[in-house]
Design a protein around this ligand. Structure first.
Ligand code: ATP
Ligand code: MG
Length: 578
């Protein structure tokens, strides 16, 4: 058990700020600075002051306990990694400018670790030989470096941040699946113990590799990710990958004739729908793009949906949308592109939701005109049917058909089934039961330690400041003596603080000779979960004032019972985060 010390505000380095820092937009960013948890060093780089460091240690400890509980073993790997390892995996180039690179005095290249698949694979490759030693799962909690294009929002997107990253090695897919499920369950427990409202979502694996992956999203308006969520069956997915069911509408009658209609508008779907007095879902949107080889594609989707470029890029190598100049170079008319009468050689890709829709309203490939009653299959042919649209609110759940809701999320963790991507590229093999050499089957599991601190603050704050869940607060109870120098108030407060401490409660005492208003405001800004106010007037009546930060509710406690009552409350509240 850790030895507890009484924290004294008179001694604490916690320079809180009264005003919001100018360059901070989000509550978490502002409050973590104002409450003296951290200070900015450079864009996306922060130092943690004593209070913030306590919070950081607590998050780490929760993550550590949950990893240890599933048999994942802690180690520590270096931040500086030989460039050679990154060449072996192919990521020296693939990782691009996000990888911080250095060169030593002997002209050797190194990377500052953004993640550790290469290093852990090389450790295992060189040492682990037999299937008998598998599975093995290892983790560390360490600084990571990514030269993000837009470091912003404080701890949410840093260039230097703390991550817990775990890696597992297996001799079968079943074994990987088993550990992946354990990791996912551990991530859900971590979220609960941090007090985070979250959803696990289907996601894209990005450049890390692998196919099966889940992101853990802390729900918050400030989140950069969009998540569709089914409140009926629990299905949730990043809008980038969600396979929602769309409901495009027919324009006109099912047997309508192909008709040109004059549409003297700027070509936007909104203007078109307004002009014809129809819903955007009854129009078909056409977007022009190209692949690496310069092949031109026209992508068709329901007018009320956006193209998901990630989906397009998975389908068409290096897909990019055409700009205005490229559109006219391709012989197309911006705002009026449609599938009928396209220049030769253009390929048509249509969103799968349009399959079976009888008549479409599309651009006429003629300035100021659209075509109504367009019949797919007779007026034109689709070359590829695919899922192209970004899912959005009111689309239907692919599992149960219920309308989806849309929320924003902060990705606090992600688990991946990597398969053999790294063991293949880096030649990491073990000897199987039958004597054959096999590549390791791998999983990796990342948790954003510093990002999750910001996520917690995004979810738990009010006008006065941070509302720490008990599990993360730099101390659980703050004792506030009001009349410093008073020969009854000060000793009573100190005795209470020491009694609480002796009972195992983490206590801070605000023993500074400051005005009560200053002490209250700071206690609220910093966000101690409970405050006990010791004042001359209360003492005369034999009572102390007790305040809960989350609700700002106040009550009085008889002096004699105060310690026990608060200990009981703290112990009960701790249970919620176990
Ligand atoms: P994002 O999509 O937000 O850039 P990512 O998918 O690239 O994140 P991973 O490689 O999955 O991130 O890293 C594991 C975890 O590390 C993430 O879930 C996130 O919590 C955290 N993390 C990643 N990038 C950053 C960053 N720039 N600042 C703080 N935490 C980060
Ligand atoms: Mg991720």
């Amino acid at each position: 058990m850790t030895k507890l010390h009484l924290l004294k505000m008179s001694n604490l380095y916690a320079p809180t700020l009264k005003e919001d820092p100018v360059d901070a937009e989000l509550n978490s960013h502002k409050l973590l600075l104002r409450a003296a948890m951290m200070r900015k060093v450079a864009a996306g780089v922060y130092s943690f002051l004593p209070l913030g460091f306590k919070v950081l240690r607590k998050v780490e400890q929760i993550v550590r306990e949950e990893m240890d509980a599933i048999g994942c073993q802690e180690m520590i790997m270096s931040i500086i990694q030989p460039g050679e390892l990154w060449h072996q995996s192919g990521r020296w180039d693939d990782y691009g400018p996000e990888l911080f690179r250095l060169v030593d005095r002997h002209d050797h290249s190194f990377a500052l670790s953004p993640t550790q698949e290469e290093l852990i694979t090389s450790i295992i490759r060189d040492e682990l030989r037999s299937y008998k030693e598998l599975p093995v799962s290892l983790y560390h909690i360490q600084w990571k470096y990514r030269d993000e294009v837009r470091p912003r929002f404080g701890l949410l997107r840093g260039r230097e941040f703390v991550m817990k990253d775990a890696y597992s090695f297996h001799s079968s897919q079943e074994s990987l699946q088993e550990h992946y499920d354990l990791q996912s369950a551990a991530y859900a427990r971590i979220c609960e113990r941090l007090g985070l409202r979250f959803v696990p979502v289907e996601a894209d694996s990005g450049q890390i590799g692998g196919k099966v992956t889940t992101e853990f999203m802390a729900l918050a308006a400030a989140g950069e990710a969009e998540v569709v969520h089914c409140t009926a069956c629990g299905y949730a997915a990043n809008t980038e990958v969600a396979s929602a069911v769309l409901k495009p509408q027919i324009y006109g009658q099912p047997d309508a004739q192909l008709t040109e209609i004059e549409t003297p508008i700027d070509g936007s779907i909104t203007a078109l729908a307004e002009l014809l007095g129809i819903s955007e879902a009854a129009t078909v949107k056409a977007l022009a793009g190209r692949d690496a080889a310069g092949q031109i594609y026209v992508l068709l989707l329901p007018g009320d949906h956006e193209l998901c470029e990630l989906k397009a890029r998975k389908l068409i190598e290096e897909f990019t949308l055409l700009d205005d100049e490229q559109i006219s170079d391709a012989g197309l008319i911006r705002g009026f592109v449609g599938p009928v009468g396209l220049p030769a050689g253009v390929k048509i890709v249509a969103d799968q939701s349009l399959q079976g829709l009888e008549r479409w309203l599309t651009g006429a490939n003629k300035d100021g005109y659209h075509l109504a009653g367009v019949a797919c299959g007779s007026d034109f042919e689709v070359d590829i049917w695919a899922d192209l649209a970004s899912a959005q609110a009111d689309d239907c759940c692919p599992e149960c058909g219920t309308s989806l809701t849309m929320e924003r999320g902060i990705e606090v963790g992600q688990v991946f089934q990597l398969g053999t991507k790294y063991s293949d590229s880096m030649g990491a093999k073990y000897m199987d039961e039958d004597g054959s050499e096999q590549p390791f089957i791998m999983g990796c599991y990342g948790w954003g330690v510093t990002r999750s601190i910001a996520a917690v603050v995004e979810q738990h704050n009010d006008e006065a400041g941070i509302i720490w869940p008990l599990s993360l607060a730099p101390a659980e109870v703050c004792v506030i003596p009001l009349n410093i120098g008073d020969d009854e108030v000060e000793p009573t407060a100190l005795r209470l603080a020491e009694d609480l401490l002796a009972a195992g409660v983490e206590v801070v005492i605000d023993d500074r000779n400051e005005r009560p208003g200053v002490k209250f405001a700071e206690a609220e800004l910093i966000g101690w979960p409970y405050q006990i106010v010791v004042g001359k007037r209360g003492l005369a009546e034999g009572v102390l004032e007790f305040k809960t930060r989350a609700t700002l509710e106040k009550s009085t406690l008889p002096i004699a019972d105060a310690c026990q009552a608060v200990v009981d409350l703290v112990l009960a509240e701790r249970q919620r985060y176990q």
